[in-house]
Design a protein around this ligand. Sequence first.
Ligand SMILES: [Zn+2]
Length: 579
Amino acid sequence: MSGSNMPLSPLRSIMMSVLLLLAVPPTQAQTSVTLILTNGKIWTGNPQRKEAEAVAISGNRILAVGSTSEMLNLKQPETPVFDLEGRRVLPGFDDAHVHFYSGGVNLTGPQLRHSKSEAEFRDTLAEFARHQPSGQWITGGTWDHENWTPARVPTRELIDPVTKDWPVFVDRLDGHMSLANSVALKLAGIDKNTKDVPGGVIVRDANGNPTGILKDAAQELVERVIPAPTQDDIKKAIHAAQNYANAQGVTSVQDMSAAPDIFRAYQSMLHNGELRVRISGHQPLPNWRRLADVGVRADFGNEYLHIGGVKGFADGSLGSTTALFFQPYLDAPNTHGIPSAELVDPQQMWSNIEGADAAGLQIAIHAIGDMANNTILGFYGRLQVKHGERDRRVRIEHAQHLLPSDIPRFAQLHVIASVQPYHCIDDGRWAEKRIGPERAKTTYAFRSLLDAGTTLAFGSDWDVAPMSPIMGIYAAVTRRTLDGKHPDGWVPEQKITVEEAVRAYTTGSAYASFEEKIKGTIEPGKLADLVVLSDDIFSIDPVKIADTKVYLTMFDGKVILGPQHGPYKKLPSGLLLRP
Ligand SMILES: [Zn+2]
């Protein structure tokens, strides 16, 4: 200050003293402390200081982390203090693999996932249809015939009698097969004479007539006649999806299906301040030139909306027997799976991978079967040879069934394993009848991958599976299948620790989107995205992790209320985010 050495008049001196009393100390003058959380059990993710008690937040950033008394020293007159009452705090969960829009559509569509029989499936669909205007397409559903007794793939004959007035195209929860009714098949022009498409199957009965089941690429035959949703339709689904995400403690998602119309909706929501999760959107690998042509590279965007990844497919799924293996399926010995439409011509897929990498984009490829994984690892190895080492962070999505000899290659080639632990306790009920005990040993091989030095990024694959990090952590730690038949874990040697699972769902997934500098841990300067849990998952019996509830979700320094979040109503309204 220029006049600081000048003598002050008595009146001016008194005025200065009053001003000094009112003013905050100079170091905090620019930094207002907007919230202090005290008395928690905070897992910071920082290996130097893993546990802390309290955190001070300034705007949308973490200002400081430490003991309750240290943080209370930072309190300003207006700073609200919230007592966590000993609860466990983690960085906000970052789900590395979701299908956000279709998940949102399914939240508002027929709820077929939990049907236990053909009859229940049919009746639930009939009940939903009754409330729709006639002619309205009925989509979504995410049914799973593996839950039915008997576990039989449905046909159009089952649903035709109750859906005469509506075209129906409902998908299995893995998205790799869908059931059309006769109305939908007719609109799509599919009949006895329609030829199979590469990478897809039109399932037929003994007379050659389509049964209504379309697998993988064949699903497009119907999808292309379904009217495109409007921007308002899309935003409605995204709002439903992000409310669901927040209730699960998820504050970031990596959307593997951020098609242009969906990305446009995200952008509009960003401008309107409506995003309640951070979104990293991936574009289809075959469209990589669209990003390259405008100069977009990996890790472009801001802390709310992010782009620069491309997602490809190498094969299908285990549930649909389209995952690509070296050896045939035990229960379908005539097939060892099929390559995806992208991999039908491996040279074409390689040229997309090579082009996207040369353009500086990040590549993520879906691979389930051991042969699909082996092929993609081979492609990634070729990239290193051809384009040299760089921080490209290539990913394999699912990395589900691996040859033992391929496990060390993930770390050697710096391939991120973007995996979904919930699938393990779900598919684990029936996977062995399909692939046998030997291949099961390196299925969802999280322990082996970590021990080999692989970066694991956890996700859900929602809405193939619930977007519940709590259930994902439970699955990775216990490997107890949903049918209760493996109380000590299915392939128990592949269990990992709670901390390893938490890390994969926070720092691991942040790394997988190049965003580990801004999120994934609770450290000064990081985004103030936190989740507070009802129980301390680090100390309770792992079996009880499944019963843990999300007590509070904080996004961008503000609290998003969920059903159990009543106590937080006493926070100033400026700190609350409306859904
Ligand atoms: Zn997926």
